[in-house]
Design a protein around this ligand. Structure first.
Ligand code: NDP
Ligand code: GDP
Length: 345
């Protein structure tokens, strides 16, 4: 039988790398779309050992001609769109760029599919950030959106335009509303990985302190490896629609940092008053975690908790890795990297 062909955008990112690995395991021919920069960011593909098994294609989301050329050349059966300016904090500094990459470029891909081959199945990486300011509910596909950052507003556009192309042109297009998902391959700027990598570096004696913004923000953190399985399942159903993927469990940034510190071998105690609490290493009497308002956002999302009942029922999907195992996995990976002196990305 002919191999299915998948085009994965954002191949150098966390989800693109895990998705590619899963698709290769499922027998796909995988094309990974990457953007040309002065240095190719291949460390995640190397860590997963798949850099030589995927075909890399240069691809810039801002260039419609790139998108069209790539689709014509590769003739994918499935297109997974993970590429994005994915960091909320940066979206406050670069709002127009973020809107172009995260909103308008989604439309460019959909428009290219409409013009070139409407039978290509399309996945859009939407985000729980779109719920943003809705604080009193467990969130699912029926919850309303209240985006609180330029990133979330742009993702809401990507979400609705995906639905519109499905309804208007019959394209098999699904939007996955994914709650935060982490892993040892998570970008360093995101709070979980910032915590695990910095604590590992403090333990190794190369850093002194971990500075954070809002400790009290709560997230529904899952494992990226579990979530890409749910994404793949979305494109295998008979009738395309949209799904929430979440664990249904919620923890604060402070909880994450406290548990990560314990796993890293620190014996910490919290002192001070909200919002300026700080954590002292009881063995050395030194402050190792403290507040830095520089990391506060102009408008933050204080709480997110999802309900993935639809995905459980229709996709038979459920997350396997629990919170404590996730933190452990990330701390162990960063401890290992810091012990062998590997550059922590
Ligand atoms: P990453 O930031 O790890 O990866 C983003 C990818 O997009 C990178 O490969 C990056 O390339 C690429 N990219 C950025 N800008 C462009 C551009 N202009 N042209 C082409 N490629 C570009 O994100 P994740 O893997 O964590 O997330 C994947 C997707 O899922 C994103 O769309 C994100 O917004 C969304 N999402 C993620 C969640 C999470 O918790 N991880 C939650 C909900 C949604 P480069 O390496 O060159 O920077
Ligand atoms: P997000 O949910 O996509 O914004 O994922 P992040 O990991 O970037 O942030 C999750 C939450 O942690 C947000 O509410 C941030 O305000 C909060 N946070 C607290 N301190 C930090 C920090 O130092 N860096 C980041 N990235 N987030 C922080």
């Amino acid at each position: 039988m002919k191999k299915k062909i998948a085009l994965v955008t954002g191949i150098t990112g966390q989800d693109g790398a895990y998705m590619a690995k899963l698709l290769l395991n499922y027998g796909y021919k995988v094309y990974g779309a990457y953007r040309r920069t002065s240095s190719f960011n291949s460390w995640r593909l190397e860590e997963l050992g798949i850099q030589d098994t995927i075909e890399l294609v240069p691809f810039e989301l801002l260039e419609k001609s790139n998108i069209e050329r790539t689709i014509k050349l590769i003739k994918p059966n499935e297109l997974y769109n993970f590429a994005a300016q994915s960091f909320v904090e940066l979206s406050f500094q670069n709002p127009i760029y973020t809107a172009n990459v995260d909103a308008i470029s989604t439309l460019k891909i959909l428009e290219s599919i409409r013009m070139i081959n409407r039978s290509i199945k399309f996945y859009q990486a939407s985000s729980s950030e779109m719920f943003g300011g809705v604080t009193d509910q467990v969130l699912d596909e029926r919850s309303k959106f209240y985006p609180r950052s330029p990133y979330a507003v742009a993702k809401a556009f990507g979400h609705y335009i995906t639905i519109n192309y499905r309804e208007a042109y019959g394209i098999f297009a699904c939007s996955g509303i994914l709650f935060n998902h982490e892993s040892p391959l998570r970008g360093m700027e995101f709070v979980t990985r910032k915590i695990t990598s910095t604590l590992a570096e403090i333990k190794a004696g190369r850093k002194k302190v971990l500075e954070l913004g809002n400790y009290y923000a709560k997230r529904d953190w899952g494992y990226a490896g579990d979530f890409v399985e749910g994404v793949w399942k979305m494109l295998q159903v008979k009738k395309p629609c949209d799904y929430v993927l979440a664990t249904g469990e919620q923890h604060s940034v402070k909880d994450f940092a406290t548990y990560a510190a314990k796993l890293c071998g620190f014996n910490i105690a919290w002192h001070g008053k909200k919002p300026n609490e700080y954590a002292v290493d009881k063995d050395t009497k030194k402050i190792i975690i403290k507040k830095n308002p520089r990391y506060d956002r102009p408008s933050d999302v204080f709480t997110l908790k999802g309900r993935a009942n639809k995905a459980r029922k229709e996709l038979k999907w459920s997350p396997k890795i629990k919170f404590k195992d996730l933190v452990k996995m990330m701390i162990e990976a960063d401890r290992k990297r810091s012990i062998i002196g590997k550059i922590i990305h």
